[in-house]
Design a binder for this molecule. Structure first.
Ligand code: GLU
Length: 290
């Protein structure tokens, strides 16, 4: 196994823009500097938003930037059965539950919670139902064919791990939003009962990503600061599944001239538009400050 193995894992829901270029170059450079390798992984579980033409564009743009990766590239949409199997393992340990609720019902649960959970780092926290669904009702709703998602029960995880739940840590070699660095305590509870299996595809970014990092022997995860809080949950999943824990580095996000994150709608800043406007891989590297 290579000592340093990282990955760049874009979701092909649009054309890559300057922010992606910064991220990709940061990750591929780190691998080169460490004498390691960088995999490319296509995170396309969102089969509605991800499109083959965007995937083709991602590959072309990254090659143009000078990035190089081993083949074959893992495409998550070809591996749903593996993610479903991981979810089944969590289910067999009683750590996930079916959630049939609509957005409105979730909002009502939140409003009824004894301590208003408020907003977490990733938006509204779902603290879980006030009462678990009875086995009879669950059977009935399954019979009816009602759609459900799978949520991770933080309460069940606490019971399962005992004191270890509060001892989970990961190594951050960059910096979290509040300057967190070095050995950081993972606080997955700040995200609430997150969805691990979406109603539509039966998995989620969190589950597919941590599954693949383990499967692909990724030793170093380098990604944008927007995923810093996800790492707290990923660390918990690694503990529950017995997966190795990579070293993490979250890099700052590139901001546009208004101090906002680049959005997919900034068409003029897509790598293809910049390339057509005469930008070269070298000038682009300078432009993103690398
Ligand atoms: N697919 C994720 C994204 O495009 C990145 C996942 C990761 O690096 O962990 O935001």
């Amino acid at each position: 196994m290579t000592a340093f193995r990282t990955r760049f894992a874009p979701s092909p829901t649009g054309f890559l823009h300057l922010g992606h270029a910064f991220s990709a170059l940061t990750v591929f450079d780190a691998a080169r500097e460490a004498g390691g390798m960088c995999l490319l992984r296509i995170e396309d579980i969102d089969t509605t938003r991800c499109k083959p033409q965007y995937e083709a564009a991602v590959l072309e743009d990254l090659r143009w930037l000078g990035c190089d990766w081993p083949e074959p590239v893992r495409r998550q949409s070809e591996h749903f059965a593996e993610y479903h199997a991981a979810l089944a393992q969590l289910h067999s340990k009683g750590l996930v539950y079916r959630c049939f609720k609509t957005r409105r019902e979730i909002a009502e649960d939140i409003a009824r919670a004894p301590h208003h959970p408020g907003e977490g780092p990733e938006g509204v926290i779902y603290p879980g139902p006030s009462q678990p669904m009875s086995a009879d009702e669950e059977a009935e709703r399954l019979e009816t064919g009602d759609a459900f998602s799978w949520r991770l029960s933080i309460t069940a995880c606490r019971d399962h791990l005992g004191a270890d739940f509060d001892r989970l840590t990961f190594t951050e070699t960059g910096e979290g939003p509040d300057g967190e660095t070095g050995e950081v305590r993972a606080r997955p509870e700040t995200l609430g009962d997150v969805i691990l299996g979406r109603k539509d595809v039966g998995t989620s970014y969190h589950l597919a990503c941590t599954h693949d990092d383990a499967l692909q022997d990724v030793t170093h995860v380098i990604r944008g600061l927007d995923l810093y809080f996800a790492t707290h949950l990923h660390r918990l999943l690694q503990e529950l599944m017995g997966w190795p824990v990579p070293v993490y580095r979250h890099h700052p996000l590139m901001l546009d001239e208004h101090g906002k994150r680049f959005a997919k709608r900034d068409q003029s800043l897509t790598l293809r538009a910049l390339r057509e406007a005469g930008e070269t891989p070298d000038s682009l590297r300078k432009r993103v400050g690398l």
